[in-house]
Design a protein around this ligand. Structure first.
Ligand code: SF4
Length: 322
């Protein structure tokens, strides 16, 4: 059965102009550089890559928190990257974000009730409807009704992230960008938050774009995975395919660096080192972006940018060697 596409990203670019000390433009930081992919309804699409590879900028550009330089984001047959502001307002509640840092994402001067009901008020709900919905949402994220009168600083990191999740799902969204939602949490509560996100996805029919530092967690939660390097998508496939049969040298190196708890398996697996530092997205190499760190780089790699091609059914990669 063919899967229904919820969101399609086409040739999306987000550049940040860089200026010198005197204010003159010296170039562009290409945070998202011509990225295209689709996200299917009801799936979790995981994004992985080193810090600074453009994962967060990509998610925020999809949500229109950052204005795209070019390209489109098709959601419900509308190009939301190029929609007039009044039309975008109608769709805004359908696309939400869960932030990485629950400490700074919530206004400490607001009660839990005020925090959760803000998007509901914006959507035009009455006071009574808001109260009922806040109660319902607190129950959904395993918090007590009495908690609604407390301030966010009275809670632990895990509880604050639950408040952030309640706020994100408050206005009946269809798509949520989970921007490293567990990175700032204690290891002991990370699994609880991930399991809650999975349960809510089932219950509410949500679609996620999910990022995390912990690759094993992304593997665990994602149906499909995209690997980003210097603002570009270098591999995309099902979670199983990308982890079991990675194609791109960068993906192979990332996966080989995941710590293995079993010492026997750890001895058998070979670690593939990534050479050197991540180049600046302002001075990305001309050909393959990974050529300065790839052990297999040739002259062709340094001159020509490889195409993003389907190598196996549903499994794409960007490498001349494949
Ligand atoms: Fe390495 Fe060349 Fe493939 Fe780039 S295109 S990943 S440099 S082999």
């Amino acid at each position: 059965m063919e899967q229904e596409v919820l969101l399609e990203v086409k040739n999306l670019k987000k550049y940040f102009p860089m200026k010198n000390f005197f204010g003159a433009k010296i170039g562009d930081l290409k945070a998202v550089d011509d990225v295209s992919f689709v996200i299917y309804k009801g799936e979790t699409f995981g994004l992985v890559g080193e810090s600074g590879c453009g994962k967060s900028t990509l998610g925020r550009t999809i949500l229109q928190m950052l204005e795209a330089d070019s390209g489109s984001v098709i959601f419900k047959d509308k190009d939301i990257a190029n929609l007039p502001k009044d039309k975008w307002k109608e769709l805004r509640s359908k696309l939400q974000i869960i932030f990485q840092d629950p400490y700074s994402a919530l206004n400490p001067n607001w009660t839990v009730k005020e925090l959760i009901q803000e998007p509901l008020k914006n959507a035009g709900m009455s006071r009574k409807q808001c109260d009922e919905r806040v109660r319902e949402l607190l129950k959904m994220v395993n918090m007590n009704e009495e908690d609604m009168h407390k301030f966010s600083y009275e809670f632990s990191g895990g509880q604050r992230q639950r408040i952030g999740i309640a706020r994100a799902v408050a206005s009946y969204p269809e798509f949520i960008f989970c921007d490293e939602p567990i990175s700032a949490l204690d290891v002991s509560v990370q699994a609880q938050v991930v399991n809650m996100l999975k349960d809510l996805q089932q219950e509410l029919g949500l679609t996620y774009l999910f990022t995390a530092h912990d690759l094993s967690m992304v593997h665990h939660i994602s149906d499909r995975i995209g690997v980003m390097y210097l603002g570009s998508m270098v591999e995309l496939g099902t979670s199983e395919e990308v982890f079991e049969n990675p194609l791109h040298p960068y993906t192979k190196a990332l996966i080989s660096a995941i710590p293995i708890a079993d010492p026997e398996l750890g001895r058998k697996s070979q670690r593939i080192p990534i050479q050197g530092e991540l180049p600046s997205p302002m001075n990305a190499p001309k050909g393959c972006r990974f050529c300065t760190r790839c052990p297999y780089a040739t002259d062709k790699c340094r001159e020509e940018r490889p195409e993003f091609r389907e190598i196996r059914p549903g499994h794409f990669a960007r490498c001349h060697m494949l």
